[in-house]
Design a binder for this molecule. Structure first.
Ligand SMILES: [Zn+2]
Length: 141
């Protein structure tokens, strides 16, 4: 996916591009594993608000809920006391966050879509103006 040309504007708000955002996708279709990673131009504000914050919130929420459930559900260890449940729950919450992160990624303003027929990856930009510009410079359409 590295041979795409990205118009040097923020792909979320069309403002000046200030940095890059890594967007990746892993998907398995039966025995076939497909993955793609791309760096898109973005402004600092959109990177923070549309990517960094939702991802951080997802991970923190998963771990906190895991810790709470761990305290409630797991038996108190005779040596560690309720901390055993806390550690166990936090650990499971961390694993669960991998699953929830996929859901968050599917709602980000820039997504990679992998075809289930030829396993080719395509980039989708929620910003219509950027999407059109991207298609124009890469495919001349
Ligand atoms: Zn922006």
């Amino acid at each position: 996916m590295s041979n795409y040309i990205f118009p040097q504007k923020c792909c979320v708000c069309m403002g000046p591009a200030e940095t890059q955002q890594k967007v990746s996708k892993n998907e398995s279709f039966g025995s076939v594993n497909a993955s793609a990673t791309v760096n898109v131009p973005i402004c600092l504000n959109c990177k923070k608000e549309k990517f960094d914050s939702p991802i951080r919130t997802c991970v923190i929420t998963s771990i906190v809920i895991g810790c709470i459930l761990g305290l409630v559900l797991f038996p108190t260890d005779k040596d560690l006391g309720p901390i055993a449940g806390l550690i166990m729950g936090g650990f499971l919450g961390g694993i669960a966050s991998i699953f929830f992160l996929q859901k968050v990624k599917d709602k980000l303003p820039v997504r990679i879509l992998i075809s289930n027929t030829d396993f080719k990856a395509n980039i989708f930009f929620e910003n219509e103006e950027y999407r059109k510009l991207f298609l124009k410079v890469n495919y001349n359409i």
